[in-house]
Design a protein. Structure first.
Length: 393
């Protein structure tokens, strides 16, 4: 068991009428002039953006808007937001949307008070010591950014997608109304649940096997996401199951399911190179990579994969064949992904075969030209990364 500090300061306001509190929450955390940061069509078409802005103004707050955030949010939009906030004297950022809007808002919040280039934080040349406060109105449960300390940004110069984590930019509050997720398309819903589950699986696959309670929380979350996705795909307006998914997304990435354990994150880092190169949906990219990662590393601790297979994927435990049980657990994950419309290989994700040259370039970037390793369940060097991409092709 690792020593740990659990820190989750975000105020969660959950429910059908949670949006009504937005102005009071912004003022509670010191906001006077708010940048409302969002993606595009869905926030506008649904009327949510207009409602949020009216509520803020009715509460006596000034409002500035910046839309145009895209999946795998871009550094150029972050720069635009920093310039706008400085010019307008913004003192609070409110993200309306999913992880992309929240991550972009966090990056802007780091950049406004910083004298240098905000990318310094993401390239790990500097540590942020100041930030504007951030809040969010969540509409897409997936990334968990509403309660996490992390933000992932893509630098178009070189197609580099990296994350930066710092507690100073955790959201002050997160407003979550499950009804706002009713309009999510099936593919986006399934990709979101895949991402949610992977946030916990990246923590679950650890050699720290003496955190029984943490494991039990993680397994309950994973089973719940598995159970809830199918009713929601059948009936998008299933409030009960949409609510479980929304809350599960926050718990999966606020640190709770990893307390006392050493995180891995290799699958995420491998997928970031897919997203950077091909601009694919993050959750779908994770589904395409994880089974191959699992087959590559499972012998490092077969018993951990057996526990996952039995307790999460409902695979019968063949005590005479632990490796067989572990492998059937991986196969069960692939069956689950296929059942919810997710790919399990890169060619299914892209619609074409990936080349050796593309694999080599992703491994080069992921390993920083062979100078860094990733993962902890099995430490992966550049050659290992290439091998996993080839297994996943």
């Amino acid at each position: 068991m690792k020593d740990f500090t659990y820190y989750a300061p975000t105020q969660v306001v959950f429910g059908e009428h949670s949006e009504e509190q937005v102005a009071d929450l912004v003022k509670k955390y010191g906001g006077h002039k708010v940048l409302v940061h969002y993606g595009g069509k869905s926030a506008v078409k649904s009327g949510l953006l207009d409602k949020i802005c009216k509520l803020l103004k009715a509460g006596g707050l000034e409002v500035v808007q910046l839309g145009g955030v895209v999946p795998n949010p871009r550094l150029t939009k972050v720069h635009e937001g920093i310039d706008l906030c400085r010019r307008e004297g913004v003192d609070f950022l409110l993200a309306v949307g999913g992880g992309s809007a929240i991550d972009s808002a966090k990056a802007i919040a780091y950049g406004v008070p910083y004298d240098g280039e905000v990318w310094d934080f993401y390239s790990h040349k500097a540590e942020a010591s100041r930030s504007l406060p951030v809040g969010c109105v969540l509409t897409i449960p997936a990334a968990g950014s509403e309660m996490s300390d992390s933000s992932v940004i893509t630098n178009e110069d070189g197609d580099i997608k990296v994350g930066y984590s710092n507690n100073i930019c955790r959201a002050k509050f997160a407003i979550m109304n499950p009804r706002r997720t009713f309009s999510l398309p099936p593919y986006q819903t399934a990709a979101g649940v895949t991402d949610i589950m992977m946030h916990t699986m990246e923590r679950y696959f650890s050699h720290d096997n003496d955190m029984t309670f943490t494991d039990a929380i993680a397994e309950a979350l994973l089973r719940t996401m598995k159970a809830c996705i199918f009713p929601v795909l059948k009936n998008p307006e299933d409030y009960r199951n949409r609510a479980q998914i929304m809350w599960g997304g926050s718990i999966a990435h606020n640190g709770l399911t990893g307390c006392g354990k050493r995180d891995d994150w290799a699958t995420h880092q491998l997928e970031h190179e897919l997203s950077a190169m091909f601009d694919v949906t993050h959750g779908a990219g994770l589904a395409a990579v994880w089974p191959s990662w699992a087959r590559y590393v499972y012998k490092e601790d077969v018993s951990r994969f057996v526990q996952f297979a039995v307790n999460v994927m409902d695979v019968p435990n063949d005590f005479s064949d632990p490796e067989g049980t572990a492998l059937r657990g991986i196969e069960a994950v692939e069956c689950f992904y296929r059942a919810i419309g997710m790919p399990v290989r890169i060619h299914e994700l892209l619609g074409r075969d990936i080349t050796d040259e593309e694999i080599g370039e992703m491994a080069r970037k992921c390993s920083h030209d062979g100078t860094v390793t990733i993962g902890s369940f099995k430490v992966l060097a550049r050659a290992d990364m290439e091998a996993i991409y080839k297994l996943a092709r």
